[in-house]
Design a protein around this ligand. Structure first.
Ligand SMILES: Cc1cc2nc3c(=O)[nH]c(=O)nc-3n(C[C@H](O)[C@H](O)[C@H](O)COP(=O)(O)OP(=O)(O)OC[C@H]3O[C@@H](n4cnc5c(N)ncnc54)[C@H](O)[C@@H]3O)c2cc1C
Length: 389
């Protein structure tokens, strides 16, 4: 695949941002992409090794407070990091990394005690601990408030009983950021977020799940049989966990935007290379205007998503609520990525259907974006609510 230019936009990014971009890019080219085929075949990447290397380079805590092992950098640096993750050959590993940086740790940083930050956040940002986010259950996905895993008061701690499913990093995690019911009250003020170390008695991985895509990331079903955590492992206030988790979801959804437009552009670059050399009816496929026009449409849409993302970064930098824009962006990103992966696979013909071709991995992986982290329908529900429809 042709290398993309390093500097993407002098209006938004300084030389220092570009230095970070170069460092992440080199890491992806050296430590990730050469191993993606192997990790896809093995059904997981060795996260302890990889995160240790990333932590040493400061990649896991770009925006986090230096007091807790972060780099204390601005949102543009974080964006640079996420854009470069979009260059990974498939979405499995970027998802595993995103869990560590944007899904399982934001609530600890924002609402957790100094004890939790010292004991779990800091090692996670240094890459010494692998994190997972445990919200979804066999009976509750989109409807988060339907979860039935409970955390009952037990002296100075809580006893956790229940199960979680589809948990990314679930077979390798050292701790889980877990949502459980802590009250029978109806409504949203009945759940709490906990940090649960996975070496606690009563915790087990029921099974590692086999998936259509994202095969370089492990996904697991987890079981909790009287798992006791001390009260100090609760994040923030009791019964406010649902509210914290809804805020944590915003980080997860935002992270999908840059990864999607960069991945879409990569898929197109890969495809253009192929259709330049593939001759059909005596001409290279690229000579067909219908195909080039299709690519032009997708490039335009990817650029629209990029500009929405840059707008969101400016809003975040000003402390403005981005729920509306992030929900719109996540919905658009999921649809764009699938459209591009599907359309590009079509341009490959039968070759695109072969497992050995990277395009087939992109096609399989893209499907998850409309389901995970809040499905398309849930994004539409949020947009309707904000717009008053
Ligand atoms: C590979 C993978 C990794 C994941 N990683 C994690 C993880 O690390 N941690 C974690 O907690 N979870 C994780 N998930 C779970 C993911 O967040 C859920 O799958 C997602 O929230 C959807 O929930 P569900 O699968 O239960 O679908 P359901 O909630 O059963 O929904 C089924 C379908 O119905 C639609 N639907 C739901 N409500 C409505 C409505 N009101 N109107 C119209 N349509 C509706 C949904 O959009 C969806 O299309 C992962 C999932 C996958 C597949």
């Amino acid at each position: 695949m042709k290398k993309a230019p390093v500097t993407s936009d002098p209006i938004y990014f300084t030389k220092d941002h570009e230095m970070v971009r170069r460092a992440v890019r080199e890491f992806v080219d050296r430590e990730i992409n050469p191993y993606m085929d192997q990790w896809e075949a093995e059904g997981a990447a060795p996260l302890h090794d990889l995160f240790k290397k990333m932590g040493e380079l400061g990649f896991l805590g770009i925006r986090y407070d230096p007091e807790w092992g972060g780099e204390g950098l601005d949102y543009w640096y974080e964006l640079v990091f996420l854009e470069e993750l979009g260059r990974v050959h498939g979405s499995g590993l970027p998802t595993a990394i995103g869990v560590q940086t944007h899904m399982a740790t934001p609530a600890i940083a924002e609402f957790g005690s100094d004890y939790l930050k010292q004991t779990f956040l800091k090692p996670a940002l240094k890459g010494e601990m692998v994190a997972a986010i445990a919200v979804t259950e066999p009976g509750a996905g989109s409807d988060v408030a339907a979860i039935t895993t409970t955390a009952e008061k037990d002296g100075d701690g809580y006893l956790i009983n229940g199960s979680k499913t589809y948990i990314t990093n679930g077979t390798q995690a050292d701790f889980l950021t877990l949502l459980a019911r802590t009250s029978d009250d109806p409504g949203y003020h009945a759940f709490s977020l906990f940090v649960v170390p996975t070496d606690t008695a009563g915790f087990s991985v029921s099974r590692k799940l086999q998936k259509l895509g994202l095969r370089s990331s492990d996904t697991a079903e987890l079981f909790f049989d009287g798992v006791r955590v001390p009260a100090r492992n609760r994040i923030g206030r009791e019964n406010e966990g649902f509210i914290y988790q809804m805020q944590q979801f915003q980080h997860e959804r935002y992270a999908a935007l840059p990864m999607s437009y960069v991945a879409a552009e990569n898929i197109m670059a890969l495809t253009v290379e192929h259709i330049r050399q593939r001759e059909v009816f005596g001409k290279p496929l690229i000579a067909r205007q219908v195909l080039r026009h299709r690519l032009a449409d997708w490039a335009t849409e990817a650029e629209c998503l990029r500009q929405l993302t840059y707008h969101i970064v400016r809003m975040k930098s000003e402390g403005v609520d981005v729920t509306r824009e992030v929900s719109m962006g996540k919905l658009y990103a999921a649809q764009l990525l699938q459209k591009v992966a599907d359309g590009c696979l079509q341009m490959y013909g039968g070759l695109g259907f072969m497992n050995e071709m990277l395009i087939s991995r992109y096609y399989r992986d893209a499907r998850l974006f409309s389901i995970g982290g809040g499905a398309d329908e849930i994004m539409r529900e949020i947009i309707c609510k904000v717009e008053g429809y």
